[in-house]
Write a protein of this length. Sequence first.
Length: 323
Amino acid sequence: MGDEDYGGPEIEAVIARVIERYQPRSPRAKAYWWRTAEFVRDCVRAVGPRTKPAAFELLRATSGFVAWCLDEGDELSPEVMFTEPKVERFVLVGIKDLNEKSRANYRAALHQVGRRVTRRVPWPPLRVDLSLRSPLAPYGDGELDLILHSLSIQANNIRQRAGLAVATLIYGAGLQTAEMFRVSATDVRQQGRSYVVDVSGARSRTVPVLPKARPCVRELLDLGVEGALVSEKKRHRRTVAGELVAMLELPPAAPVLSFNRLRKTWLVTVAHAGLRISEIMHLAGWTSASSLTAILPYVEMRDAETVLSLIEGSDGDESLEKS
């Protein structure tokens, strides 16, 4: 099975269950839940979260915000509650005890809801990415940093192990999704100052881990994991991969987690490192160079002078200068 993005009906069903079964934890939101439950669920459905963590974040922020608005005497109405000044006041006053990162997550979530559930309320336009990056383009540096950080601080040991394994194997070593499930703890080892992953199977190889992923490798090994790093639980691999994406928690500000994009980010990184085509193909587990066309738009060409100097230095002698 090749690289592909996991999602579709399986993830949609998981997210629908999350929304339907959600129960708030904060005392204020719980006190109003009998009145606000369906209103909050409809608000979150209007946004259409694409991951389970995003749905949780939207539900938590919306339930808390709506309860606070009712405390303030507001009518239970999107047009009354979801205004930018009111959201900002809630962030500054209603959740002032939370840290800066949590307040930013609440603000981002409520802005998403406000834009979806209001018609008359003026909301500032979304910032448009003028580069028109493809959804399957490699992650940008900022996006990648946020994803790797989020994968390393999951809420419990099971999620943290899975998040660190994804960061190590998909981004750090460029494994295909199917290969990730075959890697055990003993396949990840230190070699000098670096780490490598031993990949078994028909395309067996040893892949060095990218430097940016090394902190994730160290944390993963410190967990003392035994056996497979990511368990399939004897189910269809596509189902497990979809559940894995849905299980991992990323803040609303983060881009959608995509194994395909993580692997493409690895490919572009090793290409920029100056590896030869044969070396990239070997590390990627490819048997055909046709797959390289997918990353060509993202590998920058060097200027003519640099290319010329590289070619001139490839002979290993000075025959041209002597002639």
